[in-house]
Design a protein around this ligand. Structure first.
Ligand code: WTA
Length: 692
C-alpha cells in the first residue's frame, strides 16, 4: 500500500505537510536519486503523477523487485561478497505462520562463508589494506589511536589464534564485557573468524545481569578489561566480572578463562584484583600469537552472535543472529540508508554492547570498507561540544546517534555546536526511539546547518538491520517520521484482531515475510520466540511497536505497545525492574510504568508497596534504587518511587497498569473506569501520595 502512495506521487503533492526536501547537491550525488529536480519547478505538485512517478523510479523499481523476486534481488547483492561455496538451490525458505508448523527462517542455506573474512581479508584484497578502518578517540581529549584494515586484521588474527589455543571452537559462546576500546570490535571479529559465537554484554550491566547471561549461554571464556574511564568517573569492570563469575558458579556454570585487557589509561595492573589460573592479561598472551590465522568457514545459517535484550516478561531473551543473511543485510542497509561513499568517515555513538553497535559500528560499515570512528567516552565530556570537536577532528561525514543525545545537546544550547565547523557532515542518523519533531528540527537546522538529510532508522535487535528508514536524497522527509520501508521489507499495520489495515491508519506494526537480517530464534527457547513474536498476529512477525501511516504512506512509530520501556533508547522490561525491586527485603510488591521524560524519552516510574510495618523513608528510597542498579545496571534506575499502600487491581488480581500510567503522568482526569477494581479506594490513596 505504501507503494501506491509513492506511485501516485501523493507524497510529493501534499502541500500542507511539512516536507523537508533533500538539497539539490545532495540528491545529485545520492545512490538512490531523488525527485528533487522537480521540486525546483515551482509548481512541481501540479505535474501529473506520471511525471513524478518516473522520478521515483530507482527506489520503486528496486523495492518492487525486492518484494516480487526476493531471491533474485538478494542473491544479486549477496554475490558481491566472498563465498567459499555458493548457497544451494533456495536463496531462502521461510515459515512465519505458526498455524503451518514451526517458525523457520533460512537465507543462503548451504552457502559457506565467513563474515570476518568479508569485513577484512576481502577488503584488503580489494586494495584497502592501508585505509583506516578504525579511529579510536579516548575519553580524554588528545588521546587517540587508529588501525588500518591490514593492522586490524593482524590484531584480529592474534586474538583468534589465542582463542583457538585455549580451546574455543566453532559454535562455542564467548562473553564479551568490554567498553568502547579497539579491543571490542577486535574481539567480535576474532570470534567470528573462528566460528565462535560472541555475546557482547553492555559494560553498564551489573554483575547480576552479567551472571544471568553467563549462566544462559555457558561461555568458554569471558573477555573484559580491568577498568574504564567514562567522563570523570573510573569504573572497575573487573570487579563486576569477578562478582558475576562467583554468581554464575553458584548456578553451576564456571568459566575457565577470563582474558583481561589492561586498560592503562584507567587502572594499572597492580591495582586489579586477580585470580591466578583463571585470569590472564591480554597483553601477556595475545601479542605472542601469529598475525595470520586461517578462517573457519561456516554455513550461512551458523550462528554469528547472541545478544540479550529485554522482553515484557521474565528473563532477558538471547536474540540469535546467523551469518549469511545478517552479513548481506547489515552491509546493504548501511550503504543505502547512509548513502555511503568510499571517502566517508562514519561515526555512530552507540556502544557495541547494543545491536546498533553490532550492525552499525562493526559489521555494516566494515563490510563496506568504511572509516569508522570509535569513541570511548561520554558525549558531553569534558564539555558539551565534544561531539562536534570529534566531528571536526576526524572530518566525520556521517553521524549516527540517538534522540536522547540530540535532546540533551539541544538543551545545552546552540553555542556549543556553532563553535565548531561541522562542514564535513553530510548525512545524519537517528535510532532508538521516535525522534520528536522539535529535536529533529534542531538536529537538522543547527547540527546539520539545514544541509544534511536525517535517516531516522526504525529497527530492532531482532530485525538485525534497518526496516523502515529514509534513503537520504531519495524522497522528502517529514520530521519525526521514519518514512518508508527498506528493500525487501513489507511492513503491515494490523488492528487488534490481526486484520491488516490499509491507507491512512494506525495500529500494531507487523512484518509480512522474512528479510535476510531477521533473527532466527531465541537462544535455547524457540517456543518463546514463536509465542512472543509470531503468535500474537498469526502469519506475521509482530514488532511490539505501534505505528500509524499517514495519507502519503509515511510511517510514524508511536512506541512500544507491550510492557517494555524505552529509556534513552535502551529497552527495559517493566517486569525486570519489578523483580529487582521485590527482591529488596522491605518491598512487598512493585509495579513499574514508563512516563514521558524530557531527555530520556521515557523515564522509569515505580509504584512500591512496602512490607507490613515498614515505613517510607528517604533512605529506603535510595536503597530500593540501589537494588535496581545492582541487579540490572545504572541505566535502569527508577526516576521516581511512588509509595503505594495498595495497587489498583482487578478482582482477578491483575494490576491495572493503564490507571498507573495515568497517575504517573498526572493525567488524573483521564483515569477512566475504576469501578472494576477490587478496591477502588486505592486510586485516591495513590493520588494523595503522588508527591511524597
Ligand atoms: C524503538 C534498537 C521509533 C522501537 C535499534 C523498537 C524506534 C525498539 C526507532 C528496539 C526509531 C528504535 N523510531 N522507534 N527510529 N528505533 N525504536 O532492540 O520501540 O534496542 O521496538 O533496537 O526501539 O530497540 P532495540
Amino acid at each position: 500500500s505504501h507503494l501506491n502512495a509513492v506511485i501516485l506521487g501523493e507524497a510529493l503533492a501534499s502541500e500542507e505537510d511539512d516536507l523537508v526536501f533533500p538539497s539539490h547537491d545532495f540528491s545529485r550525488q545520492a545512490l538512490i536519486p531523488s525527485p528533487q529536480k522537480v521540486s525546483f519547478f515551482p509548481f512541481f505538485f501540479l505535474l501529473p503523477p506520471s511525471i513524478s512517478l518516473s522520478l521515483w523510479n530507482t527506489y520503486l523499481e528496486m523495492y518492487k523487485r525486492s518484494i516480487e523476486d526476493p531471491a533474485g534481488f538478494w542473491s544479486d547483492i549477496a554475490s558481491q561478497f566472498y563465498w567459499k561455496q555458493r548457497w544451494q538451490d533456495h536463496v531462502y525458505s521461510e515459515n512465519l505462520d505458526v498455524r503451518n508448523g514451526n517458525v523457520k527462517i533460512e537465507w543462503f542455506k548451504g552457502g559457506i562463508t565467513n563474515i570476518c573474512y568479508n569485513c577484512l581479508d576481502r577488503n584488503i584484497e580489494a586494495g584497502l589494506a592501508d585505509k583506516i578502518a578504525l579511529y579510536w578517540e579516548a575519553n580524554e581529549p588528545g588521546i587517540d589511536a587508529s588501525l588500518t584494515y591490514s593492522q586490524l586484521l593482524q590484531r584480529v588474527c592474534q586474538l583468534a589464534n589465542y582463542l583457538k589455543a585455549i580451546g574455543v571452537k566453532k559454535g562455542d559462546a564467548v562473553i564479551v564485557y568490554l567498553p568502547m576500546l579497539l579491543e571490542l570490535p577486535i574481539t567480535m571479529l576474532a570470534c567470528a573468524r573462528i566460528g565462535a559465537v560472541h555475546s557482547v554484554v553492555f559494560a553498564g550491566f551489573s554483575s547480576e545481569s552479567l551472571a544471568q547471561r553467563i549462566v544462559d549461554c555457558k561461555p568458554k571464556a569471558v573477555i573484559t578489561c580491568n577498568a574504564v574511564k567514562r567522563g570523570p568517573k573510573t569504573i572497575n569492570l573487573k570487579d563486576i566480572v569477578d562478582a558475576a563469575l562467583v554468581e554464575s558458579a553458584k548456578d553451576g556454570v564456571s568459566v575457565d578463562v577470563c582474558l583481561t585487557y589492561e586498560n592503562q589509561l584507567a587502572m594499572k595492573r597492580q591495582d586489579t584484583k586477580w585470580q591466578e589460573g583463571r585470569d590472564i592479561w591480554w597483553e601477556d598472551v595475545v601479542p605472542k600469537y601469529p598475525t595470520t590465522c586461517d578462517v573457519v568457514w561456516v554455513d550461512a545459517e551458523d550462528p554469528l552472535f547472541l545478544l540479550y535484550t529485554s522482553g515484557s516478561t521474565g528473563k532477558p531473551k538471547g536474540v540469535l543472529h546467523t551469518t549469511g543473511g545478517y552479513m548481506v543485510y547489515t552491509a546493504t542497509t548501511f550503504k543505502y540508508a547512509f548513502d555511503y561513499k568510499p571517502n566517508d568517515v562514519y561515526w555512530c555513538t552507540a556502544d557495541c554492547g547494543w545491536i546498533t553497535g553490532h550492525s552499525y559500528v562493526t559489521y555494516g560499515p566494515m563490510l563496506n570498507g568504511a572509516k569508522i570512528v570509535l569513541f570511548e567516552g561520554a558525549p558531553n565530556y569534558p564539555h558539551p561540544g565534544r561531539c562536534w570537536d570529534i566531528v571536526d577532528k576526524y572530518k566525520v561525514t556521517i553521524f549516527y546517534t540517538a534522540p536522547t543525545l540530540v535532546r540533551s545537546l539541544m538543551r545545552d544550547g546552540d553555542e556549543h555546536v556553532k563553535r565548531f565547523s561541522r562542514k564535513s557532515l553530510r548525512v545524519l542518523g537517528s535510532v532508538g526511539e521516535p525522534i520528536n519533531p522539535s529535536a529533529w528540527r534542531w538536529f537538522f537546522n543547527v547540527v546539520g546547518d539545514s544541509r544534511c538529510p536525517i535517516s531516522d532508522t526504525w529497527w530492532q535487535t531482532e530485525t538485525g538491520g534497518f526496516m523502515i528508514t529514509p534513503l537520504p536524497g531519495a524522497w522528502p522527509q517529514k520530521p519525526g517520521s521514519a518514512t518508508f520501508p527498506f528493500f525487501g521489507v513489507q511492513p503491515v499495520i494490523v488492528d487488534e484482531k490481526g486484520v491488516e489495515i490499509e491507507g491512512e491508519c494506525s495500529g500494531y506494526l507487523c512484518v509480512k515475510s522474512s528479510w535476510p537480517g531477521a533473527f532466527r530464534t531465541l537462544y535455547g527457547d524457540h517456543e518463546r520466540y514463536e509465542t512472543t513474536y509470531f503468535k500474537p498476529f498469526p502469519g506475521y512477525y509482530f514488532t511490539g511497536d505501534g505505528c500509524s501511516r499517514d495519507k502519503d504512506g509515511y510511517h510514524w512509530l508511536t512506541g512500544r505497545v507491550d510492557d517494555v520501556i524505552n529509556v534513552s533508547g535502551h529497552r527495559i522490561g517493566t517486569a525486570e525492574v519489578e523483580s529487582a525491586l521485590v527482591s529488596h527485603p522491605q518491598c512487598a510488591e512493585a509495579a513499574v510504568v514508563g512516563v514521558e521524560h524530557e531527555i530520556k524519552g521515557q523515564g522509569i516510574y515505580a509504584f512500591v508497596t512496602l512490607v507490613e510495618g515498614v515505613s517510607y523513608s528517604e533512605e529506603l528510597r535510595k536503597s530500593l534504587i540501589l537494588t535496581v542498579r545492582n541487579q540490572i545496571g545504572a541505566f535502569a534506575a527508577p526516576d521516581k518511587i511512588h509509595w503505594a499502600p495498595g495497587l489498583p487491581k482487578t478482582r482477578s488480581g491483575k494490576i491495572m497498569r493503564r490507571i498507573l500510567r495515568k497517575i504517573a503522568s498526572r493525567q488524573l482526569d483521564e483515569l477512566g473506569d475504576t469501578s472494576t477494581l477490587a478496591e477502588p479506594g486505592v486510586v485516591d490513596q495513590l493520588i494523595a501520595l503522588a508527591d511524597c
